[in-house]
Design a protein around this ligand. Structure first.
Ligand SMILES: [Ca+2]
Ligand SMILES: [Ca+2]
Length: 459
């Protein structure tokens, strides 16, 4: 039910945006729902909503140093730069900078062929599950329970405030969570099927919008039947435990990731297990962020147990992604970074006329950066910027990426995410709590699969 959660999260984020902009004393003539200037492009997924939250009691640099250390962050220098890294004895690896926004590196031969084969083998033994199940009506019910008027939603969507919803404004709205991926053709199909646009001008007025259910688009498509290729992601995955007692190769990969990222071993050791993903021919994953934006109210899945009270906004707090290619793919399956090193990031400009740059079934060829899968190669990038104090800062929106459609053969990858709470106090409390249970019987709620239960980790 992650998608329900993510959907609500985004609606909440939009509402919070209204709240923050209303609070920030613009002139009373401001609508409150729009950013103060520029393109009028309030990011639909709520990025830019508010500055990252200052910790209630800011932790001094000294405290960082004594408890977890300041987080090392590698330097990219410039695109194409190569630096030696010491990962395994008697072997030289090079870290090649692929982009600075996001800070992204490629490491050839990070895994040996045997290691790749073994990870695939272990994943098969474990069994893989569909990464995305068909959406259900639960989402609609959840939204119905929220007290948001149609006018409010319309105003939030109508970024250019012209009283009409353009195609791209509708498309960004439909990108919440793991639902059906909606294309411009779908929108036209839905307008016709639901007679949603009786004046036929291709735009939705407030009156036309009011006639639709909040989730009318998804509901319509589900009722007409949805193929797996029409979902946000079309793959199977499983999780492999990497902690103490795990297979020696999985342990070795974790240690190598620690050397690569130079992040505190205790943080890496208590991050998510290894996710192994299989894309069959025709599989894809449209462009997305691995972890969400951070607002004052945001909490992380992994530190929820130590956080005081619950908050409506949660995300996985994946500071770093390390992605491994486990095989050579016969056709397609590149990793696309549509806006890598773009001058600006603007969610709405990702959709131009009928071309949606996030669509990895159609538009990978227009991505700023494409990485071809090559067995053993690892990609490593930061999903968050630095806060300037040696800790996790704002989300790096440029880390938007997706898996291009596999046109021939099968694609196997694995992901290691390193989870760090942007609130250093909470991360410290989390580390203290988990280390307490390292050598004794942990209460059930501290089992790895429980800490990461919101990510559906089953070990
Ligand atoms: Ca508009
Ligand atoms: Ca119309």
């Amino acid at each position: 039910m992650v998608f329900v959660h993510v959907y609500i999260l985004n609606v909440m984020a939009l509402l919070l945006y209204v709240y923050y902009t209303s609070e920030s004393a613009h002139s009373p003539t401001d609508s409150g729902a729009l950013p103060p200037s520029g393109q009028g492009a309030a990011p639909p997924q709520g990025q830019h909503l508010s500055p990252p939250a200052p910790s209630p009691e800011p932790v001094s640099k000294q405290q960082h140093d004594t408890v977890l250390g300041r987080l090392r962050r590698l330097e990219g220098i410039k695109v194409g730069h190569r630096q030696k890294v010491d990962l395994v004895p008697n072997k030289i690896h090079y870290l090649k900078t692929l982009s600075l926004k996001p800070l992204l590196f490629e490491i050839a031969n990070f895994l040996s062929e045997e290691e790749c084969k073994l990870v695939i083998h272990l994943a098969k033994l474990k069994g893989l599950q569909e990464s995305q199940i068909m959406p259900s009506d639960i989402q609609q019910e959840a939204i119905d329970e929220m007290d948001i008027s149609k006018e409010e939603i319309f105003n939030l969507l109508d970024y250019n405030q012209d009283g009409q919803l353009q195609m791209k404004e509708v498309l960004t709205h439909t990108r919440f969570g793991d639902g059906v991926w909606i294309t411009p053709e779908n929108i036209r199909e839905i307008y016709t099927g639901l007679e949603a646009d009786p004046d036929g001008n291709g735009l939705l007025s407030l009156e036309e919008f009011k006639q639709l259910n909040t989730n009318a688009f998804q509901t319509y498509l589900r009722q007409r039947g949805v193929q797996k290729t029409e979902l946000v992601r079309n793959s199977k995955h499983t999780w492999l435990y990497q902690g103490e007692g795990a297979h020696q190769i999985l342990r070795a990969i974790r240690r190598r990731v620690i050397r690569l990222t130079q992040l505190p071993p205790e943080i890496v050791e208590h991050s998510e297990p290894l996710q192994v993903v299989k894309y069959d021919q025709g599989g894809h994953y449209h462009a997305h962020h691995d972890s969400g934006p951070i607002y004052a109210e945001t909490s992380c899945f992994h530190t929820k147990l130590v956080a005081n009270g619950s908050t409506p906004l949660e995300t996985s707090c994946r500071y770093v992604t390390v992605l491994f290619y486990l095989n050579n793919v016969s056709g397609g399956g590149e990793t696309a970074f549509p806006v890598a090193d773009n001058r600006t990031y603007d969610e709405l400009s990702l959709i131009q006329n009928d071309v949606d740059l996030r669509d990895t079934r159609r538009n990978c060829d227009q991505a700023n950066l494409l990485v071809k899968p090559l067995q053993g190669t690892a990609l490593f990038w930061y999903n968050y910027l630095s806060d300037g104090e040696g800790w996790v800062g704002e989300q790096d929106e440029y880390s938007l990426h997706g898996g291009c459609v596999v046109t021939k053969g099968t694609k196997w990858i694995a992901n290691n995410w390193i989870n760090i709470d942007p609130d250093v106090q909470r991360q410290i409390q989390f580390q203290q709590a988990v280390s307490k249970y390292t050598h004794e019987e942990a209460p059930a709620e501290w089992a790895v699969d429980n800490i990461y239960k919101d990510l559906h980790v089953e070990l």
